[in-house]
Design a protein around this ligand. Sequence first.
Ligand SMILES: CC(C)(COP(=O)(O)OP(=O)(O)OC[C@H]1O[C@@H](n2cnc3c(N)ncnc32)[C@H](O)[C@@H]1OP(=O)(O)O)[C@@H](O)C(=O)NCCC(=O)NCCS
Length: 148
Amino acid sequence: MQIFVRRATENDIPVILELLYVLGRPIAKNDLEITTFSRQIKQYITNPDKQILVAQTNSKIVGLVSLIFVTRLNQEKLEMYIPELVVAKEYRYKGTGKNLVAECIKIAKEKKCYRIRLESGNQRVESHKFYKKLGFTQHALTFTFEIQ
Ligand SMILES: CC(C)(COP(=O)(O)OP(=O)(O)OC[C@H]1O[C@@H](n2cnc3c(N)ncnc32)[C@H](O)[C@@H]1OP(=O)(O)O)[C@@H](O)C(=O)NCCC(=O)NCCS
């Protein structure tokens, strides 16, 4: 199976939404939310500090990664932060995730980023193995505070 990675376009928004559901992100409750989420994805695609890459076979999109270039206070170089990475279930273990991350690494080098950072929930034990396989190291705990 031939897979290539490219920048997402607005035409990809419905598939991007579907893949975000596979990742476990909130499912739009109604058409208004679909419009809101679609607008946010469009803004993401057009913002120069952000990107969405999709992995595509000949006929369909099977994975995505989103990334943000972050300016840190005490670093001259940018940090690449990856909020989302997901591959459709039936396309896993075929090198798709690795291809997406490889493209991120290529972009990070081009942008002269000093590192790539991401968070992965405690429950995503399988993904942790994937990241370690690709050379990522675990070095932090994440704390969140829910705003009611
Ligand atoms: C994590 C995920 C993106 C990996 O995508 P994938 O396309 O299946 O991964 P690849 O086929 O490119 O695998 C790359 C390497 O990691 C290994 N790997 C992948 N998943 C693995 C697992 N669960 N355990 C051990 N190794 C794993 C592969 O065997 C492969 O090794 P190789 O290079 O020696 O052949 C995919 O499983 C996924 O979408 N999971 C659900 C969403 C998720 O948890 N995303 C991460 C959020 S932080």
